[in-house]
Design a protein. Structure first.
Length: 486
């Protein structure tokens, strides 16, 4: 700048400039944010610092397991986290290759770690990454732990020695977490039968962390999107049908594939297909698991499900004399019960399912193998197994609309729900109303519609269950007309 030229107000602006620290907020399963915008090495170190402080405050022999999935920068963020842990004298067990969330959870449990840390944003869009916390029992850390860690996040922090120095001195130990998981699979399942070729399988990793272990376990099946692509080809790696159309078409055209399994970015959620390329939703998967684990395997325990799950689950549990318990939406509520009670299955509508005999953790691959083993041992197709269940529960479908409306509209509808305004949707008269987490209106004949607002965006979720997909969409449509007034 030339000497003598002054910009009015510049000195005042400089004095008023204050560096603001980005406020990091945890959700129910950790912190997620956009890479390079707010998800930076500096901010990851701040979260790691808080995690280290919590461990030192609560654990006598501090040790952590750290892993990352296929997202951009995973290895770099893992190393930054390990550096902070070692600065505080915390032993680190790490994976230097992408792995699934259940692998970190299993390693945490088997090695008696104070916590497990997963660098992942799960099924979020590719521009996100995240920081999940896992408890020593091998499942999501409790909401209390997450809140305590969040409260300890400092404004700034710094590493001590570099990752490479710490690795050479033994403060960081590289662990083959994939092998720990694969060995557990080999012991838990009849892998000889599953690999026999009697049934043909396909797997879609959605470019996620399940790809390597599935190639290891099933080298001869059909694979899709099992390459390194941290951008996930521009699509959120969430295993729902609209994101899996290529996989569905592959199965339909192949004609000789008996079932297809898909998992999300960190492989803790499941997507499932029959031999026609038709999507099998989580409600049906839960029923198949109850049928197999209890009736065939003779296992007991209660079934814990989220509020948005099918009421047919209660009907099947009643048929088999099993207790069914409903929780608010969020696996944290289910995990808490699994850790403290005798639970056969814990399941969410979104495809996150855990079962007895495994860690209390959602695991898309593990659940998929249970279903495949059921098919192989029974000699029946998925459709035939589902028909066996329908003989008890009756046929059904659960469908959902996500209504993108203004916050004001959403608040108005929710207020009407609170005030018992809705007594009828089209020709469907409301009977019982449940409000555990949202508002579920029972319409008779095992039909219901549920209205639940998103807590983070102007989206109103509307679910419906009926005897068929067509009937469920009919309920959704008349409900939409009723609540939006058009």
């Amino acid at each position: 700048m030339p000497t003598g030229i002054k910009l009015p107000g510049l000195q005042k602006q400089r004095k008023q400039t204050i560096k603001m620290t980005y406020p990091i907020k945890f959700g129910t399963d950790g912190w997620r944010d956009i890479i390079a915008l707010n998800y930076t090495v500096e901010n990851v170190k701040r979260v790691a610092e808080a995690t280290a402080l919590w461990i030192l405050n609560n654990k006598a022999a501090p040790k952590v397991a750290i892993g990352f999935d296929c997202r951009f920068g995973g290895l770099m963020f893992m190393k930054s986290t390990a550096e902070i842990m070692c600065k505080h004298g915390i032993e680190c067990l790490v994976s230097e290759v992408p792995i699934t969330t259940p692998m970190v959870s299993m390693c945490t449990h088997i090695n008696g770690c104070s916590l497990g840390i997963v660098i992942t944003a799960s099924h979020n869009p590719p521009d996100y990454n995240g920081f999940k916390l896992k408890a020593t029992y091998g499942g999501p850390a409790s909401p209390n732990v997450i809140a305590e860690v969040e409260s300890l996040i400092p404004d700034t922090t710094a590493s001590g020695h570099s990752y490479e120095e710490l690795l050479s001195t033994g403060n960081i130990r590289v662990v083959d977490m994939e092998s720990i998981y694969a060995d557990a699979v080999e012991k838990a399942f009849d892998m000889k039968l599953l690999r026999s070729g009697e049934l043909q399988f396909a797997y879609d990793a959605m470019y996620g962390a399940g790809q390597d272990v599935m190639r290891r376990l099933f080298p001869d099946i059909t694979f899709l999107h099992c390459e390194h692509n941290p951008g996930f080809d521009g699509q959120a790696p969430e295993p729902i049908h609209k994101n899996l159309l290529e996989f569905s078409e592959l199965i339909e055209l192949a004609e000789d594939i008996d079932s297809g399994l898909a998992t999300d970015g960190d492989a803790d959620r499941i997507g499932l297909y029959n031999n026609s390329g038709e999507f099998i939703d989580s409600h049906h998967i839960i029923l198949l698991l109850i049928h197999y684990l209890h009736k065939v395997q003779g296992m007991g325990g209660k079934v814990v499900k989220s509020f948005s799950c099918s009421s047919r689950i209660d009907k099947l549990c009643a048929h088999y004399g099993l207790e069914a318990q409903t929780t608010k939406i969020g696996f944290k509520y289910i995990c808490d019960i699994m850790v403290n009670d005798d639970v056969l299955i814990g399941a969410e509508e979104s495809g996150g399912i855990a079962i007895k005999g495994h860690i209390p953790e959602r695991d898309g691959i593990w659940i998929g193998l249970v279903i495949w083993e059921f098919m192989a041992k029974s000699g029946k197709s998925l459709n035939e197994l589902i028909e066996d269940i329908y003989a008890i529960t009756g046929s059904f479908a659960v469908e959902r609309y996500d209504l993108h409306i203004s916050a004001a509209q959403k608040d108005e509808i929710v207020e009407k729900c609170h005030n018992n305004f809705y007594t009828q949707f089209g020709s469907f008269k409301v009977g019982k109303v449940e409000d555990l987490d949202g508002f579920k209106y029972h319409l008779g004949d095992d039909r219901w519609v549920m209205i639940r607002p998103s807590g983070t965006e102007p989206v109103l979720r509307v679910y419906a269950e009926a005897e068929s997909s067509e009937a469920a969409f009919n309920i959704l449509n008349v409900t939409k007309e009723t609540i939006l007034g058009s």
